[in-house]
Design a protein around this ligand. Structure first.
Ligand SMILES: [Zn+2]
Ligand SMILES: [Zn+2]
Ligand SMILES: [Zn+2]
Ligand SMILES: [Zn+2]
Length: 375
């Protein structure tokens, strides 16, 4: 997913995984249990507690986004956590979404350096590193967060919270499996499915030459000639028409609609810094309103560097999350935007650095469009 030197936006698509999305494959994924980069330090239920319902949130998206600088960001993953309860988001989305950054240097106790370099000095360095003892932590059998509690009867099942212990006891049939040798894997998986978002791999693809970013991130004019006969278009393309005939049109939404139209299944857009021209990437907004103010994206509290836009999650992802759109309190967003420390700063006493997430909602036009798309 990381494309540190390219100018192209990487589009992410949700696909059923071909192989299990295990930590050693450094996956880009949606839902399921987190695949931790740092095997000795994983997030706890307290780290990802929903500020409204006080239950642990679950993994929404994780991306593997290694960077060249600093060396501590050789491995780099971003984890987005989300409360599944749409009512919490209605009360305060700021309290029901969280994003964390986790990084590791090339030589670390958990992962060998890439294959082509695993000879000579490198392998010695790795040998030194890997001989550093680390204690692998226990994971919550239900959600994959740190399992700080365990079943007092069998001392074998670990949990992040009382909440998940109860779910495992009932829905996961641990009341039957506890202290027995009967296999519980199927029941465990069933239980996790109840709690977690369904798991998909994020497969990425450059947006391609069809859609070009001009200087300020505007949609290329050549797009106006595309798909004119497309029945899904809510409006004829071309902003000028609307400037003359309609007062309240949401121009940002029109741009958004045109830009995503060639790849309607995209669920994610990754567009970090353009290192070649040192220009910060800009999000593709779904509306002219609801953009963050500068004070909404504070500088990194650890190094003082600005936080810049890294990627955005689109509303199309909701179609994969088994969200019931008909429900009043269903999970909903126009965009989820992730802003992260521009310098990928290494904080020695923190294994997870919290970054900033911003939600933008659709205007009325966008709402109609997204409802239509989700049918
Ligand atoms: Zn909640
Ligand atoms: Zn748990
Ligand atoms: Zn037990
Ligand atoms: Zn920083």
């Amino acid at each position: 997913m990381a494309t540190s030197s390219t100018k192209v936006v990487e589009l992410g698509f949700a696909e059923p995984p071909d192989n299990p999305l295990t930590a050693d494959s450094f996956p880009n994924k949606i839902g399921g249990k987190p695949a931790w980069l740092n095997l000795a330090h994983v997030l706890t239920a307290e780290d990802v507690l929903c500020g409204i319902c006080k239950k642990p949130m679950v993994l929404l998206v994780q991306l593997y986004t290694p960077e060249d600088y600093p060396p501590e960001a050789f491995h780099r993953s971003i984890y987005v956590f989300c409360c599944k309860n749409g009512a919490c988001h209605k009360t305060s989305w700021r309290k029901s979404l969280k994003v964390f950054r986790s990084q590791l240097p090339k030589y670390n106790p958990y992962w060998p350096p890439p294959n082509e370099e695993s000879n000579g000095d490198d392998s010695n360095e790795y040998a030194n590193c890997s001989s550093e003892k680390f204690t692998a932590v226990n994971y919550c059998v239900v959600c994959g967060l740190h399992g700080s509690k365990k079943c007092g009867k069998c001392n074998k099942a670990y949990y992040c919270s009382k909440e998940h212990q109860i779910i495992h006891w009932t829905s996961g049939q641990h009341k039957i499996h506890c202290n027995t040798t009967t296999p519980s894997l199927d029941d465990d998986n069933l239980c996790s499915k109840l709690v977690l978002f369904p798991e998909f791999e994020v497969v990425s693809e450059p947006e391609g030459n069809l859609v070009k970013d001009s200087e300020n991130g505007e949609v290329d004019d050549s797009l106006s000639n595309l798909d004119n006969g497309n029945s899904r278009a809510l409006v004829p393309v071309g902003d000028e028409i609307y400037e003359n005939t309609q007062v309240n049109v949401d121009k940002a939404f029109l741009k958004f609609q045109k830009k995503v139209e060639p790849y309607p299944d995209q669920v994610l857009r990754y567009a970090r810094l353009d290192y070649e021209c040192e220009k910060n990437a800009t999000p593709l907004w779904v509306s002219d309103i609801g953009k963050p103010m500068p004070e909404d994206i504070p500088s990194c509290p650890h190094c003082g560097q600005e936080r810049t836009f890294e990627f955005q999650i689109l509303s199309t992802l909701l179609n994969y999350l088994q969200v019931d759109h008909m429900q009043n309190d269903s999970l909903d967003w126009g965009l989820l935007l992730v802003y992260s420390c521009k310098d990928n700063c290494h904080v020695s006493d923190k294994n997870y650095v919290e970054e900033i997430l911003w939600r933008q909602d659709f205007s009325d036009e966008g709402v109609n469009w997204s409802r239509f798309k989700s049918i």
